[in-house]
Design a binder for this molecule. Structure first.
Ligand SMILES: [Zn+2]
Length: 460
């Protein structure tokens, strides 16, 4: 099999293959196409109409959770709350936060009793640290999630059949070629199985990409970055219509280089693997619209209170779509800036809940005065032109280890600059050690972490 299956004609995908696939999926019980149509319409509803949808979906979720999920039944009874006490989003704060540890302790208490076992599909939580959490989902949840994802793509001009390339991670094992061919036929989507992003392979891959001329690219920031660097250095002109990024914080230096070298706009999407509630940038770039029909994202401070517009807080998810293991006020370990639920000039009624995504708890350094966000650390290193790559690891409150991949012109004054810069984050003296390395490993899933705190600050 060729590494890249020849592309399908966009119209064949749009008018034949994809509708047939949707029809078959419909027979299997997936209502993705129906939900997608609903979401495409409801995004233009007024905020009040969208709130009404939310209230109704919240009511259904809460009633279901109380009736069928042992954990919630026990919780409500203990708190002496009835499902009818949770009427709207504000009432959610009558319920405690749900942490991964709570679920891990007793997963069976979170599984709805009324859903036949054969309809439950396992899913893993996202997260770069710790053990992923195993949860369950059903068909309806998958359909809502896919519908929400498709809507985001359409917001940016995508039409079924347009050519997409998906680049998540660093390597794309050949063994998935068959699965890749399926995606290609079904959605005109190319996942570059058989390639990786190493120096040896990236040239061949970027050249294939140049021939393929994707309309859209979906990627993680750390996987698109080397590709954009290569394209820039070799004057390769890709110019897709735009790029959707997610899965990691998008740093300024990455956004700048990728937009410049690939000649297109970037739109960032935020979500969790275990949730259907996405949050996405529209063409106005005014913040992140909430997929409000699928759920709620609350932004809370250390005391569990809602933060004010412009303030940082932890993102807490309530997902209306997963009846298999309902997640109500689920703490995600992501830090975001609250946008205040404003309305966007694009006219969509979906509120702007998030202003910016700042990273996960364990991406932040703990200091005497609180914390340092990964962006601040990355900015410090962006000023040093003599390093190829770096990673800052906080081993203890007063112990920092810095891994550096240096370029030939790296000097001792650069090392002093790093030590001095990091020390400035702290009031008292910290032990900072630099280790010079040949390469810095990625996470198991192929993501890049610039900062790792083994003693993360407490955000909630
Ligand atoms: Zn907008």
């Amino acid at each position: 099999m060729h590494d890249r299956v020849e592309e399908m004609h966009p119209l064949a995908v749009r008018y034949v293959v994809y509708p047939v696939y949707n029809f078959i999926q419909g027979l299997k019980g997936y209502k993705t196409a129906k939900y997608e149509k609903e979401l495409m319409e409801s995004q233009w509803f007024t905020p009040a109409q969208i709130e009404e949808i939310q209230q109704e979906k919240l009511r259904l979720l809460i009633e279901h959770a109380y009736k069928n999920v042992p954990f919630y039944r026990k919780l409500f009874d203990k708190l002496k709350i009835k499902p009818s006490d949770i009427k709207d989003i504000e009432d959610l704060n009558k319920l405690p936060l749900l942490r991964k540890e709570d679920i891990r302790k007793n997963i069976s208490a979170f599984v709805a009793k009324n859903i036949p076992r054969k309809n439950l599909k396992p899913m893993m939580s996202s997260g770069t640290t710790g053990k992923p959490l195993k949860l369950f989902k059903d068909k309806d949840r998958d359909a809502w999630r896919a519908a929400a994802r498709h809507r985001i793509q359409k917001v940016h001009g995508f039409e079924q059949g347009d050519k997409i390339v998906t680049i998540y991670g660093y390597s794309f094992p050949r063994k998935h070629l068959f699965q890749g061919a399926f995606l290609k036929i079904l959605r005109n989507e190319w996942v570059p199985y058989g390639y990786d992003l190493s120096e040896k392979m990236i040239g061949a891959f970027v050249k294939e990409l140049e021939k393929y001329k994707p309309d859209f690219i979906r990627a993680w920031p750390s996987s698109i970055y080397p590709l954009a660097e290569f394209a820039g250095d070799n004057e390769i002109n890709l110019r897709p219509k735009n790029i959707w990024l997610h899965g990691e914080v998008l740093f300024k230096f990455q956004k700048r280089l990728v937009e410049e070298n690939l000649g297109c706009e970037i739109f960032d999407v935020f979500g969790l693997r275990e949730s259907s509630v996405y949050s996405f940038e529209c063409p106005e770039h005014t913040g992140y619209h909430l997929d409000a029909e699928n759920g709620v994202i609350e932004v809370l401070n250390k005391d569990g209170e809602h933060v004010s517009r412009g303030e940082l807080g932890a993102a807490v998810f309530t997902d209306f779509t997963n009846f298999a293991t309902p997640l109500i006020r689920y703490v995600s370990e992501d830090i975001v800036v609250y946008a205040g639920g404003r309305k966007c000039p694009c006219g969509r009624g979906l509120p702007l809940v998030i202003k910016s995504i700042e990273g996960r708890f364990s991406d932040c350094l703990s200091t005497d005065n609180g914390f340092v966000l990964p962006k601040v650390v990355v900015d410090l290193f962006s000023n040093i032109k003599t390093i190829k790559n770096f990673q800052v690891i906080q081993k203890a409150k007063d112990k920092i280890s810095v891994k550096v991949e240096k370029k030939p012109d790296f000097s001792s004054s650069d090392a002093d600059f790093i030590i001095g810069g990091i020390q400035k984050f702290f009031k008292s003296d910290v032990n900072i050690e630099i280790e010079y390395v040949k390469s810095i490993p990625l996470t198991a899933s192929g993501k890049k972490r610039f900062v790792i705190s083994e003693v993360p600050p407490k955000f909630i």
